[in-house]
Design a protein around this ligand. Structure first.
Ligand SMILES: Nc1nc2c(ncn2[C@@H]2O[C@H](COP(=O)(O)OP(=O)(O)OP(=O)(O)O)[C@@H](O)[C@H]2O)c(=O)[nH]1
Ligand SMILES: [Mg+2]
Length: 349
């Protein structure tokens, strides 16, 4: 199951208490303080893992607690430190402190490791407090409490190109012909229920990642259809391709505007992101639609393309243009490599 939001509680281990003890031994009268220190509490870490691609595993475990430090013991023995724990998260996870909203981590590389709750320091045993004038201290320190907080985690897929459009516009068909992705395709709305990613090979050296997300409808921002929550997965794309069905009705420009409005309502980032308008199903286009959509794109300042994913028409040109655009505008090239490696190796959702 594809889960892209989760809230978990993390608690680092408390430090162990320092010990109050005195050396008692035959022939060593008044042997002095010998209380050992408490052990450190374990810390909680998050680690980016390219083996994961959803937050599903967090559904079953909401609370993560690291080991506590052992208390100090007599004979100057320190307690053992508590064990650290690590929480694996998929690359693309954005972690925030739930209470403050502060960004804690934005994971981009496999193996990236971030401390999210620090273990408490162990308390000092009484051996540390002996002085010339106070040779038998009858006190020791308590350990410090481990940090504790709630984390809100969001997974935002990292792709270069995001496909958006009404249900049935042909988004999944396009990703299936330009990449190895094999999403479900059918002639009813909302065939796609979770985002699909595909790696597109533009030529021998150049590749980019495309995300196909579930279709949007009017009112998606109010929860209509599948809602607009999947739009978060195209928020970090370099460019959006807005597919508009040329064969659905005689008003493709009205269909196009529905999506434009939903993008605007979702966020400023999406509303202002570079966008190409692409007429789809050119092979069975209703006469006149092509001109109408082209005029709509021109009026709003978007580049216009046309394809038939089924007949293969215009697809190569579109891929070439996207490859060039992504190459020239890719904001975070290193993310691209991480994401590509992940898609190629990922297990099925
Ligand atoms: N004639 C023609 N039909 C197409 C073309 N591309 C897609 N279709 C058909 O349009 C229907 C919808 O295609 P999908 O790729 O599932 O559409 P989608 O945009 O992914 O739809 P949702 O996942 O529901 O949002 C399918 O029956 C496809 O076979 C095309 O180029 N020409
Ligand atoms: Mg689809």
């Amino acid at each position: 199951m594809f889960i892209d939001q989760a809230t978990i509680k993390v608690k680092a281990g408390d430090g162990g208490k320092g010990c109050i003890a005195f050396r008692r031994e035959k022939f060593v009268p008044k042997g002095g303080p010998s209380g050992g220190d408490g052990g450190k509490g374990g810390s909680v870490w998050i680690v980016a893992s390219q083996r994961l691609n959803t937050l599903y595993h967090l559904q079953f475990r909401r609370e993560w607690e690291a080991g506590r430090g052992q208390h100090g013991m007599g004979s100057n023995c320190s307690g053992f430190d508590g064990d650290d724990i690590t929480i694996d998260l998929p690359i693309g996870s954005v972690v925030r402190d739930k209470a403050t909203g502060d960004l804690v981590a934005d994971l981009t590389h496999d193996g990236e490791r971030i401390l999210v709750a620090k273990g408490g320091r162990g308390g000092w045993g009484n051996q540390h407090f002996a002085t010339a004038t106070r040779q038998a201290p009858r006190f020791a320190q308590d350990g410090n409490a481990g940090e504790e907080r709630e984390l809100a985690i969001e997974l935002k897929l990292i792709a270069d190109v995001g496909l958006v459009g009404l249900p049935n516009a042909g988004k999944s068909t396009l990703i299936s012909v330009i990449s190895a992705a094999k999403p479900k395709i059918a002639d009813y709305p909302f065939t796609t229920l979770i985002p699909n990613l595909g790696v597109v090979r533009a030529d021998d050296t150049e590749t980019f990642v495309v995300a196909d997300i579930p279709g949007l409808i009017e009112g998606a921002h109010e929860g209509h259809g599948l809602g607009d929550r999947f739009l978060r997965h195209v928020e970090r794309c370099t460019v959006l391709v807005h597919l508009v069905d040329l064969a659905a009705n005689e008003t493709p420009e009205v269909d196009a505007e529905v999506i434009a409005k939903e993008l605007e309502r979702y966020s400023e980032t999406l509303a202002t992101k570079p966008r190409f308008i692409c007429g789809s199903k050119l092979d069975s286009a209703i006469p006149g639609n092509s001109e109408k959509l082209r005029a709509y794109a021109a009026k709003n300042g978007y580049d216009y393309y046309e394809i038939s994913a089924v007949a293969g028409e215009g697809v190569r040109d579109l891929v070439r243009v996207l490859a060039r655009f992504v190459r020239e505008n890719r904001a975070e090239p290193e993310r691209h490599e991480a994401e590509e490696a992940r898609i190629l190796q990922r297990p099925a959702i």
